[in-house]
Design a protein around this ligand. Structure first.
Ligand code: SF4
Ligand code: MG
Length: 320
C-alpha cells in the first residue's frame, strides 16, 4: 500500500521563560528529532511513559502545534508549509480524538448538534442535511438515534468515546490521531471501542496513529509500534517483530511489564531505576543511560544512531 505520512527529523521545543522580561532560558525538547513513515490503512502505535512527548508529537504531526524544525509530508505535501487557506481545506482529513472528548464539549449543547458543528463550520453540508448526517454517523458508531438530543453528562465513558469518534468521523477523515482513546475505560469497554475502531478502519480505509502508554492495548490494534523515550523514538518495528524480538533495553523493560496470557511462558520483570529525567535537561549521550540496566561507558557521551537493523526494524542503541 502507498505512503500517507512521512515524518522527517521533526522537532517541537517549548521555550522556558523566566523573570520580569520573560527571557527564554532554555527549552523543553518535547519532540526531539523523530522520523517515520506510515502507509495508508495501517495503525502505528506510539508508546511510552507519560511525559515522553507522544501527545505533542501527535499534535505537531497534524499541525495543531507549529513545528520547531523538520517536515511532515501528508500525501507528499509538507503541511507545515501550507498557507492557512490550504491547511483549512485539509483540516477535515486529519483528525484528533482525545482521551476524554467531553472535556472540550459544551455541557449545554445537545450531543447531536455538537457532532454536527464542525461539518457546518467546514461547509461540508447544508443545515438541512445535517441531522441526517449526524444520525448516520451515530449509527456507524453504535449509538441509537435518540442520543442525538441528549446532553454530554448523560453518557457513560464508553459512549463518550463513541461520540468523540463520531465527531471526527463525520468529517470523512483519512488520518486520525487517537490519543489514549481507551485509557480511561474499563477493560471490557476498552475491547468494544478497539473493535469499533478496527471495523471503521476497514470500512473507511482509515490510517491511525494510536497513542498509548499501554503495550497490551497497542498489541491488539497496531500493525507497527514506535517506542518513545524523552522525545525520541528509540525503537520501531512491525508489531509481531517488536513483541517477539525487542532490541532496545527500554522496550524490553516496557514489555516485561505486559502480562502474558499463556501460563507456560514466564518473563522476568525488568525494573528501571530512577525517574524519567526532565526533557528540559536530558542526559548527554544516550538519553536513556541514567536508567538503562546495561549502560556502558560510551553511552554517557555518545548519542546512539537510530538505524535500520532488520526489515523495517529501527533501533537506537550502542549495544545492538
Ligand atoms: Fe542502554 Fe547504552 Fe543502549 Fe542507551 S545506548 S539503551 S544506555 S545500552
Ligand atoms: Mg499524553
Amino acid at each position: 500500500s502507498d505512503v500517507i505520512l512521512e515524518v522527517k527529523d521533526l522537532k517541537k521545543y517549548f521555550p522556558i521563560r523566566s523573570g520580569v522580561f520573560q527571557r527564554t532560558i532554555g527549552h523543553v525538547k518535547a519532540v526531539d528529532q523523530i522520523s517515520f513513515t506510515m502507509k495508508r490503512g495501517e495503525t502505528l502505535g506510539l508508546v511510552g511513559e507519560s511525559g515522553c512527548g507522544k501527545s505533542t508529537a501527535g499534535r505537531t504531526i497534524i499541525r495543531l502545534y507549529d513545528k520547531t524544525e523538520g517536515h511532515v509530508l501528508y500525501n507528499g505535501r509538507d503541511i507545515h508549509q501550507l498557507p492557512p487557506k490550504e491547511l483549512r481545506k485539509l483540516r477535515p482529513k486529519m483528525q484528533y480524538v482525545f482521551q476524554d472528548p467531553f472535556s472540550s464539549l459544551n455541557p449545554r449543547v445537545k450531543v447531536g448538534e455538537a457532532i454536527g458543528e464542525a461539518v457546518v463550520d467546514h461547509g461540508l453540508c447544508s443545515k438541512a442535511e445535517i441531522r441526517e448526517k449526524v444520525l448516520e454517523v451515530l449509527n456507524i458508531c453504535g449509538l441509537a438515534p435518540y442520543h442525538y438530543d441528549r446532553y454530554p453528562h448523560e453518557f457513560s465513558g464508553g459512549q463518550r468515546q463513541r461520540i468523540g469518534i463520531a465527531r471526527a468521523l463525520i468529517l470523512q477523515p483519512d488520518f486520525i490521531v487517537l490519543d489514549e482513546p481507551v485509557s480511561a475505560l474499563d477493560v471490557s469497554i476498552q475491547a468494544q471501542i478497539i473493535n469499533l475502531l478496527s471495523d471503521l478502519q476497514q470500512q473507511q480505509n482509515l490510517t491511525y496513529l494510536f497513542i498509548s502508554h499501554d503495550l497490551s492495548v497497542v498489541e491488539h490494534i497496531c500493525s507497527s509500534v514506535a517506542v518513545m523515550y524523552l522525545g525520541s523514538i528509540v525503537e520501531m518495528a512491525p508489531r509481531d517483530e517488536l513483541f517477539k524480538n525487542p532490541l532496545h533495553p527500554y522496550t524490553k523493560a516496557l514489555l516485561s511489564a505486559v502480562p502474558i496470557p499463556d501460563p507456560t511462558i514466564t518473563r522476568e520483570r525488568i525494573f528501571l531505576k530512577g525517574d524519567i529525567p526532565s526533557p528540559a535537561n536530558p542526559p548527554q549521550g544516550c538519553k536513556f543511560h541514567t536508567r538503562c540496566p546495561v549502560a556502558a561507558d560510551r553511552c554517557r557521551t555518545e548519542v546512539p544512531v537510530y538505524r535500520e537493523v532488520g526489515p523495517e526494524h529501527h533501533v537506537a542503541c550502542h549495544l545492538v
